[in-house]
Design a protein around this ligand. Structure first.
Ligand code: NAD
Length: 415
């Protein structure tokens, strides 16, 4: 098996959980197969007068439990298998936290670093128009992902609304606040990571003030996660970005790191820390490791040298299936992505609910409902792991697949 193919990695975890559930081959086939995959060509008039055609995807993995939900990423290496895996992960993630959505994901094959804001807007609007027939608050509700943001969501919402001839805010989440966004959405994934980490530490009998944490990535998930953990008294030894990592054995002043990053756009040169190459950061001596950057970071190549006793997956798919087996053998607890980073989609759900009600909640209400959802999900996954004597990852898949299957049995096969 190709260790780095995310769809195969997802499929392996799916099969393991399905074996525990004793699912029959037909039901497995239904749940494994994406419901719909759309590939579109996106012609764009570039600033220099030339025409370029970009490729875009939207995969709707499963909508048994509700409209598809999942981000759109713009990246120079997006491919269909990656989008398929991410869409399936969204189905399982929404089910783990028990929100009424299925899973979807989108991607546009482009290099945002080389594109002007006007070119990005053209790509976004044309992509939206091309997938318009399968979008909608009751059909498929995108959100930001790598290299897309609030502004991208505002363009999608506007394009969709112009075609519908009415303003439809609930068609995307992760929007700016004054366009129907939710308070607390920006921090939600990092907050969920913090909550998952705290709950896992309770189980392991670890205390924040004695806990040394390494965080890979310093963006929306890693940066905000690190800030919240720092506030709770954890010692954040290291943070990284795509150019390298910084390290201080006494703990970083995370708010100061974040201000530095905002100003300089990279961590490099932060005073009071030493530089560490990215490939060494994950191997640093620490208690908790939070990969919050991208896929395939903990692999067969480096797993033997990972020292953390708890791994909380902020990113999607940071651990390969081979590395996973090795960590399980060594008794390292891994809080899987579909649980640990589900705070983002949970508050996206809250945003969708608020848009549909036209009534907006305070940040305290959003945060307390997020807290409740994450703690419940953690407890349910932990209970499943004890019941089946399996890892937290397999338990999360068992819980979520079982929920989707029960809906499938109730709805029946439509022919
Ligand atoms: P982001 O673009 O805000 O931040 C990514 C960070 O990772 C940046 O600091 C970047 O420099 C760094 N990075 C990228 N490649 C790296 C590498 N090879 N080594 C070290 N650092 C690297 O993205 P984000 O929103 O924080 O998303 C990060 C991950 O979390 C992705 O896997 C994403 O799918 C997942 N995720 C995000 C959300 C969300 O709400 N933003 C929700 C669930 C899952």
């Amino acid at each position: 098996m190709d260790e780095f193919n995310p769809f195969l990695a997802m499929a392996e975890r799916f099969e393991t959980a399905s074996d525990h559930l004793g699912l029959d081959p037909g039901v497995r086939e239904v749940l494994r197969t994406p419901d719909r995959e759309l590939t579109v060509a996106i012609p764009v008039l570039m600033d220099d007068g030339s025409i370029r055609v970009f490729k875009g995807y939207r995969v709707q993995h499963n909508f048994l439990r509700g409209p598809c939900k999942g981000g759109i990423r713009f990246a120079p290496d997006v491919h269909l298998d990656e989008v398929r895996a991410l869409a399936a992960w969204m189905t399982w993630k929404c089910s783990v936290v028990n929100i009424p959505f299925g899973g979807g994901k989108g991607g546009v094959f482009c290099n945002p670093q080389e594109l002007s804001p006007r070119e990005l807007e053209s790509i976004t609007r044309r992509y939206t128009t091309s997938i318009l027939d399968i979008l909608g608050p009751d059909r498929d509700v995108p959100a930001p992902d790598m290299n897309t943001n609030e502004q991208t969501m505002a363009w999608i919402m506007d394009t969709y609304s112009m075609h519908q001839r009415r303003t439809s805010t609930a068609v995307v989440t992760g929007k700016p606040l004054n366009l129907g966004g939710s308070r607390g959405r920006k921090e939600a994934t990092g907050r969920g990571v913090m909550i998952s980490c705290r709950e896992a530490m309770k189980v392991l009998g670890m205390r924040p003030e004695e806990t040394r944490v390494v965080v890979q990535g310093s963006g929306n998930v890693g940066g905000i996660g690190a800030l919240l953990l720092h506030r709770e008294g954890y010692k954040i030894l290291s943070l990284s970005d795509m150019f390298g990592a910084i390290y201080n054995e006494d703990g970083l002043d995370v708010p100061a790191v974040m201000s530095w990053l905002q100003e300089k756009r990279r961590l490099e040169g932060f005073p009071g820390a030493t530089a560490v190459p990215n490939n060494e950061q994950l191997l640093l001596d620490c208690d908790v490791l939070i990969p919050a950057a991208t896929e395939n970071q903990i692999t067969s190549q480096n797993v033997a040298d990972i020292k953390a006793r708890l791994i909380v997956e902020g990113a999607n798919g940071p651990t390969t299936a081979i590395a996973d087996r090795e960590l399980e053998k060594r008794g390292v607890m891994v809080i899987p992505d579909i649980l640990a980073n589900a705070g983002g989609v949970t508050v996206s759900y809250f945003e969708w609910v608020q848009d549909r009600m036209g009534y907006f909640w305070t940040e305290e209400i959003v945060n307390s409902r997020l807290e409740q959802t994450m703690v419940n999900a953690f407890d349910e996954v932990y209970a499943k792991s004890k019941e089946h004597n399996v890892s937290m990852r397999t338990a999360a898949y068992i819980l979520s697949i079982d929920r989707v299957v029960s809906v499938y049995r109730l709805r029946g096969i439509f022919a």
